[in-house]
Design a protein around this ligand. Structure first.
Ligand code: FAD
Length: 449
């Protein structure tokens, strides 16, 4: 477990390998930077300072704006990821199976509860560090599959942390953090989509239980999860004064004898299943209700800005991974007697992608910093997710074009990246809804139709 205390130095010895790696990487970059008169490959003019690693480097850890704890997380997660290369992610994609080996490695090193309290086995770090974790997993080649395998651990049980009883926290958080239980997140419904407040699944109190009926769609990891955090309506829409009222949140067993789970065949991220759920008369113990009845929407909103920041970081990682592949290929592939990267038509779009990714990175870590400082970060979290997803999409698309025909071959992995990068453009909130949010909340314009 890596916690705030450890980062303050109490168990620094256990991090020594990561620190040493970090220090040697920084030193060797610095050495070659000085030797080249400004940049490690001498590509910048004499006397200028290069603060950023090369885009061809695997998981560079010399971001000048990272805090010590962010650099530490970057180094430690990079160590875990180095055991799982593109070949691994490609294989589990073709075998269509959950990346258990990766998940267990992350759990073993205590990272599954990065944002959850130390008392329950977590690390009690902020979204600023968690974003580094998700970016790094994705950037390693794990992409959205790697990040999604641990995603719910990071933000998902925020409502339990915040509103659960002590008994619930012990019962729910501990097995999630130590990797013994996996969870999924059930909000989206087939008939109502992004109009979450109109969701139709119902829960009716019956003695010591609530009885749930309805359906959910796109629920990630429901094939392998033992638990679900689910939002349902407990008071009909017609009987509440505001649509955000009357919804309740449960964290409960995903009981396959009571819930029908059907996988949705889809475009990418095959290793992480997506599902439709049907339930009619599903009995859920009242002890699994989180917080007050009818107050679930407020509770679920709690983790949403963090989730947007983390998904933005996942997109960002994928964008850097694509740019890395494209930059390497553009140096190595020669046609017409010169490396293809010498052609401006190849070089300039990649340079533009780097700038777009860096701009999104600054926005993501700014949003995370504001979130950790306790600010309401709706506009920053939404904008960061949008910018990162778009920048990553362009990087992935360009990576395919740089590879020419080989971009279409599985061997070079960039086609997998492109299929996965659509996810952060669509979920958990679409681009259009982000524009609506900024239009209404920041620009003060009328509610968009
Ligand atoms: C791979 C994947 C994994 C997912 N995992 C989960 C999960 O684990 N749990 C979960 O609960 N959900 C999950 N989702 C669902 C995801 O959050 C939704 O797909 C997303 O929120 C979009 O909702 P929708 O698909 O119903 O789109 P719809 O609501 O049907 O919208 C369709 C299109 O219309 C646009 N649109 C709708 N209303 C407006 C408007 N007012 N103004 C402008 N444009 C509008 C949207 O932007 C979108 O482009 C996942 C989705 C995917 C693809």
């Amino acid at each position: 477990m890596i916690s705030r205390k450890i980062l303050r130095g109490l168990r620094v010895a256990s991090l020594r390998p990561s620190l040493n790696n970090l220090a040697s990487r920084v030193n060797s970059d610095l050495g070659s930077t000085l030797a080249s008169g400004g940049h490690k490959n001498g590509t910048l003019s004499e006397g200028r300072r290069g603060v950023h690693g090369q885009a061809t480097e695997y998981l560079p850890n010399n971001y000048p704006d990272f805090t010590e704890s962010q650099s530490m997380v970057r180094g430690a997660i990079a160590d875990v990821c180095s055991g799982f290369d593109d070949g691994y992610w490609s294989q589990i994609e073709s075998e269509h199976r959950f990346p258990s080996e990766f998940y267990n490695a992350v759990a073993k090193d205590g990272w599954l509860g990065i944002c959850l309290p130390e008392k329950y086995g977590g690390s009690d770090l902020g979204v600023s560090e968690a974003a580094v974790m998700t970016q790094t997993i994705s950037e390693s080649g794990g992409g959205m599959a790697g990040a999604s395998s641990v995603h719910i651990n990071i933000f998902g049980l925020e409502p339990v942390r915040k509103f659960g009883t002590e008994e619930q926290k012990q019962r729910m958080l501990v097995p999630l953090i130590n990797g013994k239980e996996r969870a999924c997140f059930g909000v989206t419904e087939p008939n109502t989509g992004l109009d979450t407040l109109k969701l139709q699944s119902r829960a009716v109190k019956d003695g010591d239980h609530f009885v749930l009926s309805g359906s959910k769609i796109w629920i990630s990891t429901a094939q392998v999860a033992e638990k679900i955090l689910i939002l349902v309506r407990t008071t009909p829409l017609e009987e509440v004064s505001k649509p955000s009222q009357g919804l309740s949140l449960f964290y409960t067993d995903l009981d396959r004898s009571q819930v029908d789970i059907t996988e949705i065949p889809k475009m990418g991220r095959a290793a992480i299943d997506s599902n439709q759920l049907f339930f009619d008369g599903w009995r859920v113990p009242k002890e699994d209700l989180i917080g007050e009845v009818d107050n679930g929407f407020k509770m679920i909103m709690h983790g949403m800005n963090a989730e947007r920041i983390l998904i933005g970081a996942e997109a960002l990682g994928l964008g850097y991974a694509a740019l890395r592949k494209a930059s390497i290929y553009a140096q190595e592939r020669s046609v017409f007697g010169r490396p293809i990267g010498q052609n401006q038509a190849i070089q300039h779009p990649l340079a533009e992608s780097w700038m777009q990714l860096e701009a999104a990175r600054l926005m993501i870590y700014q949003a995370a910093k504001l979130y950790d400082a306790g600010h309401a970060t709706g506009e920053y979290a939404n904008a960061a997710k949008y910018l990162a997803a778009e920048a990553a999409f362009h990087a992935c698309e360009r990576a395919i074009m740089v590879h020419g025909g080989m971009g279409y071959a599985k061997e070079y992995h960039v086609e997998r990246y492109l299929r996965e990068v659509f996810i952060p453009r669509i979920a958990p909130v679409s681009r259009e809804m982000i524009f609506n949010y900024i239009g209404e909340r920041v620009l003060g314009l009328p509610k968009s139709k």
